[in-house]
Design a protein around this ligand. Structure first.
Ligand SMILES: Cc1cc2nc3c(=O)[nH]c(=O)nc-3n(C[C@H](O)[C@H](O)[C@H](O)COP(=O)(O)O)c2cc1C
Length: 170
């Protein structure tokens, strides 16, 4: 088991990273990230997902171009597209694939690899580029790479007392 305080520190230290070194991530590290995704929980354990590995610079550039806030995608050596197979669990594919994405981001961070959950995409265009079926749901493109430059300062979080309340019997 992981030491809980160390784990919380690790969670707090993770940042979205949008600048990457021009160096390919090793196959072993990519596999670790994919494995972390594979072990995410899913409703009824249906695992309604597919992971696409994108290394081709032209495709990365084209995805970047078809995003609203994803200029960083074109500078990443690699990206993973997380796809929800809607037909395999129409009720929970978003939840399931979101859990995959968090597992992948945390594994990447533990390896010194920065990622950024990128959602502001022209989804239909990007889906077509990736050869996805009409029914597939493109959750996110996760560009990733070794971190270039300084790790950004921590982003703000609401205080616990702003977002927590105990439910009492009235
Ligand atoms: C659902 C979702 C969509 C996001 N979409 C984008 C995006 O399109 N482009 C981007 O640069 N960051 C995107 N982000 C990253 C957030 O901006 C980032 O997680 C947030 O500002 C907190 O910063 P941190 O991850 O460093 O803690 C997205 C994050 C989530 C969870």
């Amino acid at each position: 088991m992981i030491n809980p305080e160390e784990f919380l520190k690790f969670l707090k230290e993770r940042r979205s990273i949008r600048t990457y070194l021009d160096k390919m991530i090793s196959d072993e590290e990519v596999e670790m990230i994919l494995e972390a995704g594979r072990w995410a929980p899913s409703a009824s354990n249906r695992q309604p997902w597919e992971f696409l590995i994108i290394k081709n610079k032209e495709i990365l550039k084209a995805i970047s171009k078809n995003s609203f806030y994803g200029i960083h995608i074109k500078t990443a050596p690699l990206a993973i597209a997380i796809v929800g197979k809607v037909k395999e669990n129409p009720n929970y594919y978003i939840q399931d694939t979101s859990l995959v994405s968090m597992n992948m981001m945390l594994m990447a961070w533990s390896l010194g690899i920065g990622t950024c959950w990128t959602g502001a995409l022209k989804r239909d265009i990007v889906k077509e580029m990736l050869g996805l079926e009409k029914n597939d749901y493109l959750l996110t493109i996760l560009p990733m790479g070794y971190i270039k430059g300084e790790i950004p300062k921590p982003t703000l979080r609401k205080n616990l007392d702003q977002i927590t309340r105990e439910v009492k019997v009235s």
